[in-house]
Design a binder for this molecule. Structure first.
Ligand code: PLP
Length: 395
């Protein structure tokens, strides 16, 4: 095997975070990690709230929310007037499902890469409305044109009321050609919800150019924003039909304010989110992305090799820019969700490494993230220790 190129670290980057140095943090994708500067920005806002809660909530809060939304929408190439700050992708998905008005003869089409909680939300809304949820299979490592063709072939004009696709999938780290998929669905007037939970900060994105009816991305993963910060963009034709999950004082203002204001909650995550974008820009978005993409590929090769996998056995992301890679686990290992959870916890406890493990298509997939605080040694250490742990578990 040719030795994979070792990406050069960004000097000092590790010190920007407060992560426990005794652990290899190889799962930025699940819950992110906050630079210290962003933690401080949020703490300053909390201090401001506690100095005078009446003043914080009662004077100028909506203006600050709108200002923040404009900032984040500009970062993502989204229409600021057609976007709303929401707590997370999970909340946005339920909001959209509630708003599209599913009826008994309708179906919602998902792929088999969809995030588990998204699939659950679709199933619940289908149960309530009498609609059907249908899944189209997309093989791991399929080429972009093949992915689009499979989804196009699965659309049922007149029946499919909503298509839900990931931009970067969770369990498989696959990149979906969402622009082409949206164009294919548009030919039949089928609305598309793009689950872009991993996209802000990870990929350069122009949300308006994707043209989806609904697009939602978390800022709190790769955008280094405090948890509880996501942006939902809604196409003009749908904005009046958005039916907020929580009704509060801005309800009659319509989208986006009707969605954003939810009474007395903690808005400091949203207001501190631009500090995450600022930190990314200060280091250089391109430099961060290049580092992360190269290190994820490197980590996949090193860990894959330790498990006896050749480069050809390691699925690529299906396109450029993804800072997560999966390593297929030996057959029969972590092939169900409880087994996947058990393996993840064992790796955390015994190997001091945080990774994602998912059961996907009857196969266990180990997902490795790369962020600027990671070093090649993090993956070397896991590669050295994982085979013995797997042998022990199989005994
Ligand atoms: C593809 C995808 N969709 C949705 C979510 C849910 O994100 P959140 O928990 O922030 O709502 C995740 C979380 O990892 C994800 O990976």
């Amino acid at each position: 095997m040719t030795a994979p190129e070792i990406p050069r670290p960004i000097p000092g980057a590790r010190l920007l975070f407060s992560l426990d140095p005794s652990v290899s943090h190889l799962n930025h994708g699940s819950f992110g990690a906050l630079p210290i500067s962003v933690q401080r920005a949020q703490q300053r806002l909390r201090d401001e709230v506690e100095a005078n809660p009446l003043r914080f909530y009662g004077s100028g809060l909506m203006d600050r929310i709108v200002h923040t939304r404009r900032h984040l929408a500009a970062f993502l190439g989204a229409d600021p007037d057609g976007s709303a700050l929401v707590p997370n992708t999970t909340a946005a998905v339920s909001l959209i499902l509630q708003s599209v008005g599913l009826r008994a003869a309708d179906e919602v089409l998902l792929t088999d890469h969809a995030y588990g909680a998204v699939t659950m939300a679709v199933r619940r809304q289908c149960r309530r409305s009498g609609a059907t949820a249908r899944t189209v299979a997309v093989p791991l490592g399929a080429a972009a044109a093949d992915v689009t063709a499979r989804i196009r072939a699965a659309l049922r004009p007149g029946r499919t009321r909503l298509l839900v696709v990931d931009q970067v999938a969770s369990a498989t780290a696959a990149l979906f050609p969402v622009r082409e998929i949206v164009a294919a669905a548009r030919e039949h007037d089928i609305p598309v919800l793009v689950d872009a939970a991993h996209v802000p900060g990870m990929l350069p994105v122009d949300v308006s150019a994707i043209g989806a009816d609904f697009w939602v991305g978390n800022l709190h993963k790769w955008g280094w924003a405090p948890r509880g910060t996501a942006l939902l963009t809604v196409a003009p034709a749908w904005r009046r039909r958005i039916d907020p999950l929580v009704v509060s004082w801005e309800h009659d203002e319509g989208f986006p304010l009707s969605v954003e204001f939810q009474g007395t909650i903690d808005y400091t995550s949203w207001l501190a989110a631009p500090a995450g974008v600022f930190a990314l820009r200060t280091l250089g978005l391109e430099a961060v992305r290049e580092h992360n993409v190269a290190l994820a590929a490197y980590g996949q090769r090193v860990v894959g090799e330790a498990l006896g996998l050749a480069p050809a056995d390691l699925p690529g992301p299906g396109g450029p820019g993804v800072s997560m890679r999966v390593v297929p686990l030996p057959a029969g290992l972590a092939s169900t969700p409880p087994e996947a959870l058990e393996l993840r916890l064992r790796i955390a406890d015994k190997l001091a490494a945080e990774v994602a493990v998912n059961a996907w298509g009857g196969r266990g997939l180990l997902r490795l993230s790369a962020q600027i605080y990671n070093r090649p040694e993090d993956y070397h250490l896991l590669a050295e220790r994982l085979p013995a742990l797997i042998r022990e578990m199989r005994r």
